[in-house]
Ligand binder design. Structure first.
Ligand SMILES: NC(=O)c1ccc[n+]([C@@H]2O[C@H](COP(=O)([O-])OP(=O)(O)OC[C@H]3O[C@@H](n4cnc5c(N)ncnc54)[C@H](OP(=O)(O)O)[C@@H]3O)[C@@H](O)[C@H]2O)c1
Length: 337
């Protein structure tokens, strides 16, 4: 397993992280036994970075990770946890809470659910517009000093917010969407991170499955599947985007790799300070994703990929309009894809 460091102050992690969200939420039903087997298989393969959120399945995802880690060396896992998303009993999203007192309470529940005495990287999932980022980060920094958290991260923050946050406490990494289809981070966010020695954990590397190579135009989505309201998966946008995937599939075939492997390898090639998270929910998908570590892209490969999927080629924004409005990263970089 290739190892990368999250920023100049963060933990050393596997160059590929496992995003566990889809095992509990947002992508339709998942098989519990297979989810646990996938987490264990990832760790057996040398994956150390496990990403979750306390709101993924409203605690379900953390309990799943606890069960997957039972009997294993806790020290080998780097647990990255997001907090702050509010939900109602029916599961509907109900805003963001980044207040210091909320930080402490969210963390208390997370530690109990995960069955651990510390979280490795703790981050607010969306910047709370009512709470200055300095206050939220300051509260996490207090938890670092108290020993409950090892590193402070950010999620979907824009360049200005990143700079403000970094004045309060060293930031290990920003978690943000980054893929061949979502390259908005390249303009302002990535340079800001690099200037401050902050790493990036990239999510949506397979564009929520669109770049996975297993998507079909007629796929039926379960109720509550995020993609049923995602602009990139609807109507003419989906047709356009699938044509990009078809073009990428030709590049992948010529390279003896799968589309997913090319998508992951491309993100890996963007810099040693970037760690892609993949949302594998089954061992089969995990194996495919791990295969990307063996794909080294030459300048010719990168040029062919760029021709197949040029920057800004995706049709549709990466979230539906109300969710886009919650992204500090998009406010700071208007027009970013
Ligand atoms: N900070 C944030 O705001 C934020 C937002 C979203 C996600 N995240 C984190 O990032 C992680 C990854 O995000 P994501 O799941 O949306 O992104 P993703 O990895 O782009 O997409 C996962 C989807 O890709 C499909 N897929 C196809 N081939 C695959 C392969 N070889 N390996 C893995 N997946 C493959 C999966 O399909 P099947 O399920 O059908 O196999 C799954 O539906 C999440 O689990 C979560 O931890 C963070």
């Amino acid at each position: 397993m290739i190892i990368r460091r999250l920023g100049s102050t963060g933990p050393t992690v596997s160059a590929l992280g496992l995003g566990c969200m889809g095992m509990s939420d947002l992508y339709g039903p998942a098989d519990r036994g297979e989810s646990i087997a996938t987490i264990r298989a990832a760790m057996d393969a040398g994956v150390t970075l496990l990403d979750t959120g306390d709101f993924y399945g409203m605690g379900h995802n953390e309990l799943l990770i606890r069960d997957a880690l039972r009997g294993r060396d806790r020290g080998r896992a780097v647990l990255s946890v997001k907090f702050g998303a509010l939900r109602d009993p029916a599961g509907a999203w109900a805003g963001i809470d980044g207040r210091p007192e909320a930080v402490r309470s969210f963390l208390a529940y997370t530690l109990r659910r995960l069955g651990t005495d510390h979280v490795d990287v703790y981050r607010l999932t969306r910047v709370d517009p009512r709470v200055p980022i300095e206050e939220t980060v300051g509260a996490i920094a207090d938890m670092v000093r108290a020993g409950y958290v090892r590193h402070v991260g950010l999620s979907e923050a824009g360049a200005d917010t990143i700079r403000r946050a970094a004045t309060v406490h060293p930031i290990s990494d920003l978690q943000i969407e980054y893929s061949l289809l979502s390259r908005g981070v390249e303009d302002q966010v990535l340079p800001a991170c690099r200037a401050l020695g902050i790493g990036v954990t990239a999510y949506g590397v397979l564009s929520r499955g669109l770049l996975g190579g297993h998507w079909t135009r007629d796929r039926e989505l379960a109720a509550g599947d995020f993609r049923s309201s995602s602009p990139r998966f609807s109507g003419a946008n989906l047709e356009h985007n699938m044509a990009l995937v078809d073009a990428l599939a030709e590049v992948a075939a010529a390279r003896g790799a799968t589309v997913a492997q090319i998508g992951i390898a491309w993100v890996l090639s963007r810099g040693d300070d970037i760690v892609p998270l993949v949302g594998a929910r089954r061992r089969e998908r995990l194996d495919e994703a791990l295969g990307a570590m063996r794909v080294t892209l030459s300048p010719d490969d990168l040029a062919a990929i760029e021709r197949a999927v040029p920057a800004g080629a995706a049709a549709g924004s990466r979230y539906a309009e109300p969710l886009m409005a919650e992204l500090d990263s998009e406010r700071s970089a208007a027009g970013a894809a």
